[in-house]
Design a protein around this ligand. Structure first.
Ligand SMILES: [Zn+2]
Length: 714
């Protein structure tokens, strides 16, 4: 009962939280994020009297410029804006691809140059009005210190999930990005911050103001899934950035400077643009909307007309145009010194940001979704080289295909091992650059290690290695330690004390071949202490029958039963009785008897002390249907009697030979050291007198090879 009460309380809290945080009236129909919060942000700033004073002065100045240039429907001057996308991520999907960003830039250019074909379909009242703004956007290729880069910076920081302070997110980018760790001035770059949470909004920015001109906060915040039309975004979200750039160039919502679409009083406020009819704003594509009757008031329209719901500064899902009036207002912002906008497109700024001419190649970079894959998996490589790459020459030694001329090719590897990848790129000016990425891909065998597996971590000093992979998505990571062990002198430890609540750590086996087993079971020992009874840590064991592409939960060790000793706040090092044995029975693994079986431990931090794991035992039992001898080992006589011997031929000397016998459940019943063996014919007596009747697996393990066969004891 206590648990369900807690769950209800948590749900209730989430409900109240989301209710108080999201202003539903500011969302587009069907979305649970406020489409834009620019005016809310501006109003917050205006609460500061000195900002407000500056803002009024700036707007006066901008109006003066607008009056000067109004009437220039087609100026012939195209302004180029250097743009930087700062991707703030925490290792999740919000770390969007370069392709998604390139798509977003292409959409901005399409919309601001009126190359969007849907502008031909605006409703008849506005059919002649869609305007070419004559503004273009180019990814910068030079950082403030002159360093060549791709126009994209990436910063890993959990603040991507907390947009309560946009300034804190910018500070995280400045301090932690992978290109240049200082300010990217707002009068030199249009800075676009791609985040996973933007204060409940899909996007926001600020109007031009001398308050923030050279500061980085003079930029645009946008959710990753509102950037471009591909990857994590889609078509219906792809024009949010067009809308925010409109604000950044001093446009207001069509119904006036507020974030309250659908409010009747907005008929008396205006967007400061005469050719956009007065309206109260829509949250969906309602083409018949005619919300205000005072359209003639601004002088452009002689009578009442329908609302321009297809305007980018609306909240409809069918926005596709700016008007000439909006063009004049935006271009006024660009030629004005207010907010430093008139510095952006100046030739010396285009030179210093590397946007003046076609950029040239300066780095070869590649990426993959996973660099640890299984035999015959399709591996897609992505070109991340910059800049202006027009052709590619990939080389995948050991892969099939082993080369490619496409941008983001797919190959696969049939054998286990580490593989180099080489990429040679050519830019638009014919410059060539090449780079080899050594051991870039690790391929696990599609036929894994042969059971039984006994892992005491005695023969390794670090993780990952040939047998184990670790995944510490956000936690401290499993490590081999010699400070504690259930047997021998080593174990693996998760330094959970330094982890954060909810962080996840995984210890993952590499592939194991269970295809010759008719049953398998896993046992292991672990030790764990809570700090106090309210800790919620838990441990799970998963199995995979497709080399780790998908996982099924096989064992859940709940928080309530996880601790193996009394709570302690002190540094915890387990001793004898602190270790507990856990077994996973054969029937839970019945459907996992495949050649590329894997299993993993998943630990979720709930504030407790450290975790230790040791003595992992995977038993693969003998398949009694399979009477074929393996390798060249014969057993005579078979069924085995007390004086049976094994005979085999070896083409090499065998050293450090051990003879191991496993029963049908995979339990090791006899392990015996044998003298070194010479090449040629060998015979060894089977120590079978004490064995019970049944099937057994015999394995001869040596430094050089392992040979095995099965036999029946009568
Ligand atoms: Zn807006």
């Amino acid at each position: 009962m206590k648990l369900s009460t807690t769950v209800i309380l948590i749900l209730l809290n989430l409900f109240i939280f989301s209710q108080s945080k999201i202003d539903r009236s500011n969302c587009r129909d069907g979305e649970d994020v406020e489409y834009c919060k620019t005016h809310k942000m501006m109003n917050k700033l205006k609460n500061n009297p000195s900002f407000y004073k500056q803002f009024l002065k700036d707007q006066q100045e901008l109006k003066k410029t607008e009056d000067q240039i109004s009437g220039q429907s087609r100026s012939g001057v195209v302004y180029t804006i250097p743009v930087v996308f700062h991707v703030l991520h925490n290792g999740g999907v919000e770390n969007i691809s370069k392709d998604q960003i390139l798509d977003a830039v292409a959409i901005l250019n399409r919309d601001f140059r009126l190359q969007n074909t849907d502008a031909n379909n605006v409703q008849s009242t506005f059919s002649s009005m869609p305007s070419d703004i004559e503004v273009e956007f180019k990814l910068a290729t030079k950082a403030p210190n002159g360093q060549c880069f791709s126009g994209i910076t990436r910063t890993q920081n959990a603040l991507t999930n907390d947009g309560s302070s946009g300034q804190a997110q910018v500070a995280a980018v400045t301090a932690g990005n992978d290109v240049y760790n200082s300010s990217w001035p707002g009068n030199k770059y249009l800075n676009i911050f791609v985040v996973n949470e933007a204060g409940g909004a899909a996007g926001y920015t600020t109007n031009p103001s001398n308050w923030s001109s050279t500061s980085m906060r003079n930029g645009i915040w946008i959710l990753h899934d509102y950037v471009g039309s591909i990857g994590t975004s889609d078509n219906s979200s792809s024009r949010s950035l067009t809308h925010e750039v409109g604000h950044w160039l001093n446009l207001e919502h069509l119904w006036g400077p507020n974030n309250n679409p659908g409010t009747a009083t907005s008929c008396s406020s205006d967007d400061g643009v005469n050719d956009t009819p007065r309206c109260i704003g829509v949250t969906a594509c309602i083409l018949t909307s005619n919300s205000c009757s005072n359209d003639a008031q601004d002088g452009y329209w002689s009578s009442d007309v329908v609302d321009n719901v297809e305007n980018y500064m609306e909240y409809s899902y069918c926005s596709k145009m700016f008007t000439n009036g909006q063009k004049t207002r935006m271009r006024s912002a660009l030629v004005s010194s207010v907010g430093g906008r008139n510095n952006l497109w100046r030739n010396n700024n285009l030179i210093s940001t590397g946007t003046n001419s076609d950029p040239t190649v300066c780095a070869v970079e590649i990426s993959v979704a996973k660099d640890l894959v299984c035999g015959n998996d399709n591996v897609q490589f992505f070109d991340e080289s910059y800049n202006n790459i027009v052709s590619w020459n990939w080389s995948f030694p050991g892969g099939s295909p082993s080369s490619s001329n496409t941008k983001d090719p797919i190959t696969s590897y049939s054998s286990s091992g580490n593989y180099d990848v080489t990429l040679q790129v050519t830019d638009g000016s014919g410059n060539v650059m090449s780079k080899t990425f050594s051991s870039f891909i690790t391929v696990l065998g599609s036929n894994g290690n042969t059971p039984p597996i006994f892992e005491g971590f005695e023969n390794m000093s670090s993780l990952p290695n040939n047998n184990w992979t670790i995944d510490n998505l956000s936690g401290p990571g499993f490590q081999v330690v010699s400070s504690a062990s259930a047997s021998g002198s080593r174990s693996v430890k998760l330094d959970n004390s330094i982890g954060t609540n909810g962080s996840v750590d995984e210890l993952i086996s590499n592939t194991i071949d269970l295809s010759n087993s008719d049953a398998a079971s896993i046992s292991f020992k672990y030790a764990f202490a809570k700090r106090n009874s309210s800790n919620t840590d838990y441990l799970q064991i998963y199995a995979s029958k497709d080399c780790g592409d998908s996982w099924a939960l096989r064992k859940n060790i709940y928080s309530s039963v996880l601790a193996t000793r009394a709570n302690t706040n002190s540094s915890f090092t387990p001793t004898g009785s602190d270790w507990k044995v856990i077994s996973i029975s054969p029937n839970t693994l019945n459907n996992f008897l495949v050649s590329n079986f894997r299993f993993k431990f998943k630990f979720v931090n709930g504030g407790g002390n450290d975790l230790f794991i040791d003595d992992i035992n995977l038993s693969g039992s003998v398949s009694i249907n399979d009477l074929e001898r393996t390798n060249n080992l014969t057993i005579q006589p078979n069924p085995v009697i007390d004086n049976s011997v094994i005979s085999f031929y070896s083409n090499s000397n065998l050293t450090n030979v051990t003879l191991d016998l496993y029963d049908a459940m995979g339990r090791l019943v006899i392990s015996k050291r044998v003298a070194n063996l010479n090449n040629g014919d060998n015979k060894i007596e089977i120590p079978s007198s004490a064995l019970e009747s049944g099937w057994y697996l015999i394995m001869l393990k040596s430094q050089e090879k392992i040979i095995s066969n099965k036999f029946l004891k009568k």
